[in-house]
Ligand binder design. Structure first.
Ligand SMILES: Nc1ncnc2c1ncn2[C@@H]1O[C@H](COP(=O)(O)OP(=O)(O)OP(=O)(O)O)[C@@H](O)[C@H]1O
Ligand SMILES: [Mg+2]
Length: 230
């Protein structure tokens, strides 16, 4: 049994499952992420970053290869097991926030907690306070700035105290200053609580906040870089 939070071995993904004639989005990627690590995966548009995150999240299935989350093989968990794992052990942060527009900030965060089996508005309120949104609980997403919406999304991801947080271009839709604030909040909250964080990005911003940086080229995780090199 591996002690890694994420273990990926020789992962392949063809979106064209029938033909296999086209290019694979992932071409034999392997990866191990330790508990508590803050990892950035850096790669240009189309290199397969979102594909990899979606597979790790169990939202899509690989053509072949192994994915284990906390020692559990996603394939043998089945659909219901993957959904349960996602609701209780994983948190997500997306490029375009993906908040539910008809729910307030507090309700968005609380829904995530409820899906993890806990109904507690106080915990949801504390999660919002933890990203400096105290006083904005009743605002709807359209009444918040982009940076504030992304902080709600971070609170929504972290409120259930997940083992693993996956962030797909968490600053992609924000200006540089707001992006830095978001990264500071996200990485410091994860480090405080010992959550494992994987960020994928095609900009260098997130790399400066990571313990380790990997690069992705044409569906393969290639080499390691220091943040000074980016
Ligand atoms: N649902 C899909 N169906 C078919 N092809 C897809 C699908 N999703 C992604 N692809 C293809 O797979 C490859 C990898 O895409 P992916 O979205 O993983 O890249 P990315 O690194 O996240 O890019 P970006 O930085 O632009 O978000 C691309 O060639 C893309 O066109
Ligand atoms: Mg992407």
């Amino acid at each position: 049994m591996s002690h890694a939070v994420i273990k990926v071995v020789d992962l392949w993904k063809y979106y064209d499952e029938e033909g296999h004639g086209g290019n694979a989005a992932l071409r034999g990627t392997s990866l191990e992420v330790r508990r508590g690590e803050v990892l950035a995966i850096f790669g240009k548009s189309g290199s397969g970053k979102s594909t990899l995150l979606n597979l790790i999240a169990g939202l899509d299935r690989p053509t072949r290869g192994l994915i284990e989350i906390e020692g559990k093989n996603l394939e043998t968990l089945g659909e219901a097991g993957r959904t349960e794992l996602r609701r209780t052990r994983l948190g997500f942060v997306f490029q375009f926030f993906n908040l539910i527009p008809t729910l307030t900030a507090l309700e968005n965060v609380h829904l995530s907690l409820e899906l993890a089996g806990i109904s507690n508005l106080q915990i949801a309120g504390e999660a919002l306070a933890g990203v400096s949104l105290h006083g904005k609980e009743r605002r709807y997403p359209h009444e918040l700035s982009g940076g504030e919406q992304q902080r709600v999304a971070i609170a929504r991801a972290l409120v259930k105290d997940p083992a693993l947080v996956l962030a797909d271009e968490p600053t992609g839709n924000l200006d540089t200053m707001t992006g830095n604030q978001i990264l500071k909040i996200l990485t410091s909250r994860c480090r405080q609580t010992g959550m494992t964080l994987v960020m994928v990005t095609h900009t260098s911003l997130a790399c400066h906040y990571a313990d380790r940086i990997l690069t992705m080229v044409d569906g393969i995780i290639t080499d390691k870089l220091n943040s000074e090199e980016i």
